[in-house]
Design a binder for this molecule. Structure first.
Ligand SMILES: [Zn+2]
Length: 518
């Protein structure tokens, strides 16, 4: 059932409307409290004895597209308590009405606060004007500051990380409550002493997720020696990947010569090679389909029946005996290649002469084979300078080496296969990094020790030793489900808030908005 309209229903509960004056842009409402008595703020004794009255102005929620100003009749009371030092006191209103000395009703102040949280100073101010509840830029920020209250929950699991006040210039520290999924505080810098002091004041913290590097690890160890530190998984993955990239970078000289010697541009392939190349792709396809069948538990007999390949071949593939990436291109020439290369280097470049010479050494093939070999060598030499420039960047190679065969183009496949054949140490490094990623993804640290040993001997040894120095935290990252990923998310939010503040963000204000928005 609807209620009959009462003017007092429009003003905060507890006020009685005595008179209303409508103007074109504003409504002035005369109100007084409905309470008959008021407690003395000094002694708490209630009084009904009015000494005098005065007017207070307070802005309230807009009405019908007009600003609303409450003209509040405030009473002064006598305090009659014998022992109270106060003789006269001004009327106080109940919670949710109008705070002492406030220029806005509580409910308007609440809206202003949220405007400030959501939009910041200047945009909030211009929006408040449209809402017909105008407040200045400074007022908005003051309200946000005044209403900011730091969370007082007991902290148990936190994440800590740095954020940039200004890109690459000044950094602050953010602390998040990972259990309640919200930011707790901002610290003005990322100095070890600063975070250490803060952490010392929060001895209830038992688990801290943090980035590797930076001084946080040490600060935590000093302030909360009993706390478990959890290295950030995302950064661990990232560090591992960049360790592999570094290994590739260090190998680039070898890679250039490997790739330069392998004429991988399909345009440069001879007809015979192209056929071999197709054969290589076919073999790869057969290998992977047979391996897939075998992996999914199909017995050899069935694989033979399904694929039509011989039992012998299927067995070979399953045992991993057919991993030949390149079948030698010049099968009939193979035995003579060392001699041929020597001749070539010493300047003998006439294919017919080479062929004649080869025949005296027992070569049974035709001139065409040798002519093609020579043509390719010539092209390779010519293409060398150009192909040097065409060798993909270390970053690209690192990516190609890790994305998996199915995602590579033909040319990429050949390049990578050549690199893998020529640089087994890189392949090993890749496997080691892949194993590390797998440990973190599967949260399985059983192999951690043996991984450390293996990695310590590899191209990514320096990454391994970094991991070893931080072993406890890395193990915790594998075992624990807490992660600093959440903190990263809060930093994203913080950046957004910071941008809205047009760089005039003071830390308390930034914190107030961040915590208020959470
Ligand atoms: Zn009193």
């Amino acid at each position: 059932m609807g209620q009959k309209f009462q003017p007092s229903g429009l003003v905060p509960r507890g006020f009685i409307v005595e008179n209303t004056i409508f103007a074109t842009d504003r409504v002035t409402v005369h109100v007084r409290s409905s309470a008959e008595e008021c407690a003395c703020p000094a002694c708490g004794t209630g009084s009904r004895r009015v000494q005098s009255r005065y007017w207070r102005h307070a802005a309230d929620l807009p009405f019908g597209g007009r600003r609303v100003v409450l003209l509040v009749s405030v009473r002064r009371f006598w305090c009659d308590a014998v022992l109270c030092g106060r003789q006269i006191f001004a009327e106080r209103f109940a919670d949710g009405m109008l705070a002492p000395r406030a220029r806005r009703t509580e409910r308007l102040d609440h809206i202003v606060h949220h405007l400030g949280l959501a939009l910041g100073g200047r945009p909030g101010a211009s929006f408040s004007e449209r809402l017909m509840a105008p407040v200045s830029n400074d007022t908005l920020l003051r309200v946000v500051r005044r209403r900011a209250k730091a969370p007082t929950d007991t902290l148990f699991v936190i994440g800590i990380d740095d954020f940039a006040w200004r890109r690459n210039q000044r950094y602050g520290t953010i602390v998040c409550d990972l259990e309640r999924r919200r930011p707790v505080t901002l610290l003005p810098d990322r100095e070890q002493a600063t975070s250490e002091t803060w952490l010392k004041h929060h001895p209830s913290i038992a688990i801290v997720a943090r980035d590797r590097g930076g001084g946080y690890g040490e600060a935590i160890a000093r302030a909360l020696p009993g706390a478990t530190q959890v290295a950030d998984r995302w950064h661990l993955m990232e560090n591992a990947s960049s360790a592999f990239l570094d290994a590739v970078r260090k190998y680039m000289r070898q890679i250039r010569s490997i790739v330069g010697a392998t004429t991988i541009n399909p345009a440069l392939l001879t007809a015979a090679e192209r056929i071999q190349y197709e054969g290589y792709l076919r073999r790869e396809e057969t290998n992977s389909s047979i391996l897939a069948l075998s992996k999914s538990g199909v017995p050899i007999k069935q694989i033979v029946r399904r694929t039509g390949h011989s039992r012998k071949l299927v067995r070979q593939i399953i045992r991993g005996e057919r991993t030949d990436i390149f079948r030698s291109r010049e099968s009939s020439l193979e035995a003579y290649l060392p001699w041929l290369d020597g001749e070539w280097e010493s300047g003998a470049r006439n294919a017919s002469a080479l062929w004649r010479n080869l025949r005296t050494r027992g070569f049974g093939g035709c001139l065409g084979v040798v002519a093609e070999w020579a043509a390719r060598h010539r092209r390779a030499e010519k293409a060398d300078a150009a192909s040097l420039a065409r060798v993909p960047s270390a970053r690209t190679i690192a990516r190609l080496m890790t994305v998996g065969r199915d995602h590579l183009s033909k040319a990429e496949t050949v390049t990578i296969a050549a690199i893998e054949a020529g640089a087994p140490a890189l392949v090993e490094a890749r496997e080691i990094i892949a194993d590390f990623h797998a440990m973190i993804r599967k949260k399985d640290g059983i192999e951690f020790r043996s991984w450390l040993e293996r990695a310590g001997q590899s191209l990514v040894a320096s990454f391994a030793s970094g991991v070893k120095r931080d072993e406890a935290a890395v193990r915790a990252a594998i075992a624990s489900h807490w992660s600093n990923g959440q903190t990263e998310g809060q930093i994203t939010k913080l950046k957004l808030v910071k941008r809205q503040m047009y760089g005039r963000g003071k830390i308390d204000l930034l914190q107030a908005r961040l915590l208020g928005a959470a």
